[in-house]
Design a binder for this molecule. Structure first.
Ligand code: NAD
Length: 348
């Protein structure tokens, strides 16, 4: 438990909380944190498309935890998952790569799924609905740091569908007076992050490649940037949104305030795995690849007091250790990855 977790412990006592997407990367860490902070009950709703039981193995014996396996678009499933719930964290969605080859389903889960969750949560009379959006709603930075008023011109259907979910969440506050909060994490990394398939993220992919002795792949010149936050910090920030007045109707960026180029990321991983000889291979730039992201954390800090605690280099070193340990279970990790450009990915 981090220092902040300890300070917050028991703050959530009495609350019954639903986390959609709770078997996924961020959702499962959020489940752990909410339970560690004393929530009376935490329920995860996930159809296990990209999430898995393994992420929740630490809570198997916890009587305050339940996993509801099902689709957020299923009326019966939503009713069951929401019954008696006070707070909803809505994270269930399909990711950016999925949106390239199946934009219709991506929109259906991310946009319509959110609207359905809002309708059902309102019918249940929940106290607060926290919509976990993404910095991908912005498209590439038009100025930095990117505050909440930065224009939203998403590059992908994923970003567009998440923006629709944001708009519906804000509309439920304005139209129905429902207590909704929108939060936009920038790039999150840490244990349980995806390295393979549609959900594969750049940092875990790079780590897995280098650990297997392969050179990292950079699409484009490597000068594109992302604002990285360790998942322990991300979920600490999310947990702070469960309570407190003055948050209803707000939209908050959740960035660290620092940016990392893809070139610097590869160098940091090479250092952590002690393979500085594995220099990046450059492939052509990807369509829809955002050029620059750097969040302004000021509003989040001023409304919640949150500040990130895990420096990037330390987080990378710890994640390398985590992947080293998990490779013992799955020595063929690198075979599961497809380091193809998005253009090729779309064509298959
Ligand atoms: N990972 C990041 O860097 C990042 C950055 C910004 C925002 N986010 C947001 O955080 C949230 C969680 O992302 P993540 O990285 O943990 O992804 P993830 O894929 O690990 O989690 C999403 C979960 O939703 C589940 N899901 C998908 N479709 C579903 C459906 N129809 N019904 C029920 N469950 C369904 C998946 O099985 C998965 O477990 C998402 O809303 C995402 O937009 C993530």
């Amino acid at each position: 438990m981090s220092g902040l977790d300890r300070a917050q412990a028991d703050n959530l006592s009495g609350l019954r909380i639903l986390v959609t997407g709770g078997a996924g990367f961020i959702g499962s860490h959020l489940v752990d944190t909410l339970l560690a902070q004393g929530a009376a009950e935490v329920r995860a709703l996930d159809n296990l498309t990209n999430g898995n039981h393994e992420n929740l193995v630490g809570q198997n014996a916890n009587e305050r935890f339940t996993l509801v396996v099902g689709d957020v678009r299923d009326d019966v499933v939503r009713e069951k998952a929401l019954h008696g719930i006070d707070i909803v964290y809505h994270l269930a969605c399909l990711g950016v790569r999925h949106s390239l080859h199946d934009p219709i389903e991506n929109h259906d889960v991310n946009a319509r799924g959110t609207l359905l969750m809002l309708c059902s949560a309102r019918a249940e009379g929940i106290r607060r609905f926290i919509y976990v959006s993404t910095s991908e709603v912005f498209g590439t930075a038009q100025y930095v740091p990117m505050d909440e008023r930065h224009p939203t011109w998403p590059e992908t259907v994923y970003g567009a569908s998440k923006l629709a979910g944001e708009a519906s969440s804000r509309a439920f506050f304005r139209t129905y007076g429902m207590d909704t909060v929108v939060v936009r994490p920038f790039n999150t990394y840490g244990p349980r992050s995806h390295f393979a398939g549609d959900s594969g993220e750049v940092l875990p992919r790079t780590i897995v490649r280098l650990l297997a002795g392969h050179r990292p792949v950079i699409f484009g010149d490597g000068q594109q940037t992302r604002d990285f936050m360790h998942v322990f910090d991300t979920v600490t920030a999310l947990a702070l949104l469960a309570q407190g007045s003055g948050l209803a109707g707000e939209t908050l960026n959740l960035g660290s305030g620092a940016e990392v180029t893809m070139n610097a990321l590869c160098a940091a991983v090479a250092l952590a795995v002690e393979r500085p000889d594995l220099l990046p291979v450059h492939d052509s730039a990807r369509p829809g690849d955002v050029r620059r992201l750097l969040g302004d954390p000021t509003l989040m800090m001023s409304l919640t007091g949150f500040a990130p605690t895990v420096p990037f280099e330390r987080g990378v070193a710890e994640l390398v250790a985590w992947f080293r340990a998990s490779a013992a279970d799955n020595p063929d990790q690198v075979e599961l990855m497809e380091d193809r450009n998005w253009v090729a990915l779309e064509a298959v």
